[in-house]
Design a protein around this ligand. Structure first.
Ligand SMILES: *Cc1c(COP(=O)(O)O)cnc(C)c1O
Length: 386
């Protein structure tokens, strides 16, 4: 390989000296030809693994036909994808974008629009401590991570952060100026912390009572990740808005906001974007959704989830791990000794990619097509370093 320099790139984080060259299924290969078993799947993105056939086919076919026609026009994959999404969810309309943060920006704007039109100018949005909503200025403000507190000040005002699973805190924070509550039903980046069934039920009731929108950020939990197509299905409630990202494009930059008919309230020009409904992305999203619905990927996810959890519980008898948690293929466990960064580094050298969310917690977010043999291999490598 030609010697290329990394000095041309803006420094934003430490990365290992690995240049990824190709990927297939659960495996990534670097420039030396070394293989890696991928248990982060592009950061909970590559739901069908690396370069799945259906995605290649959709991209090729659509690229030959139409790549971009401007947001001024409808296109066929856009209409088809929207139709299939609505048929398989509790929502009535959707809007497409490119990244998760952008989808959340859209939801924040829509919530404030709702506040303007239907709640006397209410604008405040309540989010949860430990939740993650993105890296634009507004979504960073919504996130309210402690370590971002003083970053890029001044933040976008109007966000209030309360502890997850504490309905009293929510109750005392919602007032006549509150237009929405926004949260992840499982905090992904925050440590795989699950909202309880009771909490979500009570939250829905509270929002109904106070004319407040309930927004679920399903960017990480959506598209089959938790074993149902959408995470809200676990809770026997219907949110007013959900945002989707990551898995919806399977690696192609794509996101969406799904909403109820009552929220179809934007006036012309208030929401838009150059790449909204871009045909390539639409064709990919449609192909992935069809695959998830058709091939019973969800049954597989649930079976493999049980297998990972049981394997980890077995491991727990001899190794210092605890708090095994999560749903579907959004799983995590804690290390009693808090050496997750060191362990993930050693695993990488051995050809296993896992994610340390903190020095205490390891997260497993593999493609949904992960098989038993991959899980056994992952467990075997992990054991070497625990
Ligand atoms: C990844 C993520 C985002 C941000 O998505 P980007 O595509 O990085 O902008 C927002 N919310 C949640 C829950 C996420 O996991």
């Amino acid at each position: 390989m030609v010697q290329l320099s990394k000095e041309n790139l803006l420094y934003v984080s430490d990365k290992p000296d690995i240049v990824m060259q190709s990927g297939k299924g659960m495996i990534l290969k670097d420039h030396h030809g070394k293989s890696y078993l991928d248990f982060i799947g592009g950061w909970a993105v590559n739901v069908l693994g690396h370069s799945p056939k259906c995605m290649i086919r959709a991209l090729k076919k659509q690229a030959k036909k139409l790549i971009n026609a401007s947001p001024s026009f409808y296109n066929k994959p856009m209409l088809e994808f929207a139709d299939l999404l609505m048929k398989n969810s509790c929502f009535d309309r959707c809007f497409f974008m490119s990244t998760g943060a952008e989808a959340n920006e859209g939801a924040i704007k829509l919530a404030r629009k709702f506040g303007q039109v239907k709640k006397n100018g209410a604008y405040k949005i309540i989010t949860t401590i430990g939740g993650f909503h993105g890296r634009t200025l507004a979504t960073m403000s919504a996130t309210g991570k402690q370590i971002w507190k003083d970053l890029f000040e001044p933040k976008v005002p109007g966000f209030v952060h309360v502890p997850l699973n504490n309905i009293e805190a929510m109750n005392s924070s919602i007032d006549e100026k509150t237009c929405a509550v926004m949260l992840e039903t499982i905090q992904g980046e925050g440590g795989v912390n699950e909202a309880t069934f009771e909490y979500i039920k009570q939250l829905r009731q509270l929002c109904n009572k106070t004319n407040t929108l309930l927004i679920f950020d399903e960017i990480q939990t959506g598209f089959g990740r938790t074993g149902t197509l959408f995470a809200y299905e676990h809770y026997d409630v219907e949110p007013d808005i959900i945002t989707l990202g990551k898995g919806i494009g399977g690696g192609y930059p794509l996101s969406a906001m799904l909403l109820k008919e009552e929220l179809n309230i934007f006036k012309p020009g208030e929401q838009g974007g150059t790449y909204t409904g871009q045909p390539l992305g639409m064709a990919v999203g449609l192909a992935i959704l069809k695959e998830i619905l058709k091939k019973d990927v969800l049954t597989h996810v649930n079976q493999m989830s049980v297998f990972v959890i049981e394997s980890l519980k077995e491991m727990q008898k001899k190794y210092p791990i605890e708090n095994i948690r999560g749903k579907g293929m959004l799983l995590a466990f804690d290390l009693k000794e808090g050496n997750a960064y060191q362990i993930t580094k050693k695993c990488l050298e051995k050809g296993l990619i896992i994610n340390a969310i903190s020095d205490k917690t390891i997260r497993l977010i593999p493609p949904l097509i992960v098989k038993k043999k991959h899980i056994l291999e992952m467990i075997a490598i992990l054991k070497l370093f625990l």
